[in-house]
Design a protein around this ligand. Sequence first.
Ligand code: GTP
Ligand code: MG
Length: 614
Amino acid sequence: MPASRKPASTVANPLIRNVAIIAHVDHGKTTLVDGLLRQSGVFRANERVVERAMDNTDLERERGITILAKNTAVRFHDYLINIVDTPGHADFGGEVERTLSMVDGVLLLVDASEGPLPQTRFVLRKALERRLPPIVVINKIDRQDARAEAVLNEVYDLFIDLDATEDLLEFPVVYTNARAGTASADAASQGPDLRPLFDAIVRHVPPPRGDRDASLQILVANLDSSDYLGRIAIGRVFNGQVRIGDPVAVCKLDGRAQETRVTKLFAFEGLKRVDIDHASAGDIVCLAGIEDITIGETIADPEERLAIPPTAIDEPTVSMIFGVNTSPSAGREGQYVTSRNIRDRLAKELLGNVSIRVEETEFPEQMKVVGRGELQLSILIEMMRREGYELQVSRPEIVTRDTGGRKMEPVEDLVIDVPEAFQGVVIAQLGTRRGAMTRMVNHGSGRVRLEFRIPTRGLIGLRSQFLTDTKGTGIMNHLFAGWEPWHGPIPSRATGALVSDRSGTATAYAIYNLQERGEIFIAPGTLVYEGMIIGENARASDLDVNVTKEKKQTNMRASTADEAIRLVPPRVLGLEQAIEFIKDDELVEVTPKSIRLRKRVLAANQRPKSRQGE
Ligand SMILES: Nc1nc2c(ncn2[C@@H]2O[C@H](COP(=O)(O)OP(=O)(O)OP(=O)(O)O)[C@@H](O)[C@H]2O)c(=O)[nH]1
Ligand SMILES: [Mg+2]
């Protein structure tokens, strides 16, 4: 099948702009889209609009972060502006990479106080590789600690560092307060609205190029689904035109062509999808009713079948084993529990999620899922659990490579921002994880910025430790930096586990007696099984304990009431904390109702005793 995308020299539609908003996490992308939606008259005057309207999945709203890239479109005068809101967290970088194929320019948002951070660098690099002209938006200009001028200089440095060509260095700059919905070309004064930003988009983002009269080519860059339409392909028409009812050929990734017909066609309009019967070069559209279509495929003319070569995406580096739940309580709380169920769900995930990979293991009931980071994998696990799945997962591992007989591992650039007082403890912690400090900047504000080069392995489990060490005041961000020779062993958790030695119901009496040994994870009344981890031992070795013991002299449990008063509240681990906590010989059991920690080998007498100081 011929693969080509003619570099069209003609403007496909002078009244369209296709733009992506890219930035480091939390710099205000989704909030800025709210402003653009509001001010383009998408909402009725009296309509109440939720904040961060584009973050419309449960998990996005709960966590306040964008996970999936999403499209919207707004009108400004005679122009239609298609906007892609992208996630800023490094684990979802794949979403940014794939959506850049839809657009002709980017808004690079930078927080006026934080300045460029690791993911700013990543997304800008991806945009520059595609030679997408940027508009730099310095956002949160209202912050007390805003330092717009210095931040702009840092942005220039970043461009130069990334070898941006002269023409791309001449980017326009707009200063915004996304929350208030104001923009200005000048840092010192804010206008009444976002018009300066709309103007900049219309002026500096080039109109889409393409040939309406050429053979049809639509590149699928994203997927969505709806209950009554099924799978929806989202993509950009690069060349040609398409009408409802047209026969088309889908150029599949494996080189096959699948003939089908266009039955449903939509365009974006604010937060809605509207039916259209025709689209042409330059448009961003949704097509429903094409079976099995996936990202990277081209919907083409049935005769000519010209595929657009898909873009290569950075390789994932962190893996976890997803397996069938084998604990004694398996199957009680979930709806989908078999390896077949888990396998099918992962296959479905692969269709829409370009930055994960699923590999078989030597055991049919275990799959290895490879992704970009712990957060990405734990979000997938959380989604599965909410959909009714039960599974057990292992401690995250990193992917290694063999280069010329040398074992190589991924390393990251880690940027940390902490109050000076915590600098020492953070440096010590990173030292044990083989982090090497590369830079230290003291802005004189009481906080210091520390930069490290660290094996990706050293980051596993770091986040919760870091938050504890800095009493929640530290900020850490990292970015994949490349491959380096294996850095040697990194110690895992220094403490052992308190492990239940039998099944039964945990009692307040037993917990009361155990709590001096370490921290307890469960409350009285919790059902436990042999091999289940019920707490963290203060010492390095594991300890088998009886957490079901009843007080001898009373025959009633009534006494639990007064004992409960003296119980330290359990440290209940959330999914991510549980994943960060476990060692290689431990697993996290995940069901729609519970998150339990367990030893891999449940029977106490068959379990190898964990070695001291491992
Ligand atoms: N003070 C101030 N806060 C802002 C501004 N813009 C956004 N915020 C706040 O910054 C936080 C993050 O905003 P989001 O819009 O979710 O950021 P984002 O870039 O979409 O984040 P991700 O999609 O997760 O990468 C929210 O609490 C916003 O209210 C601004 O101009 N000024
Ligand atoms: Mg967002």
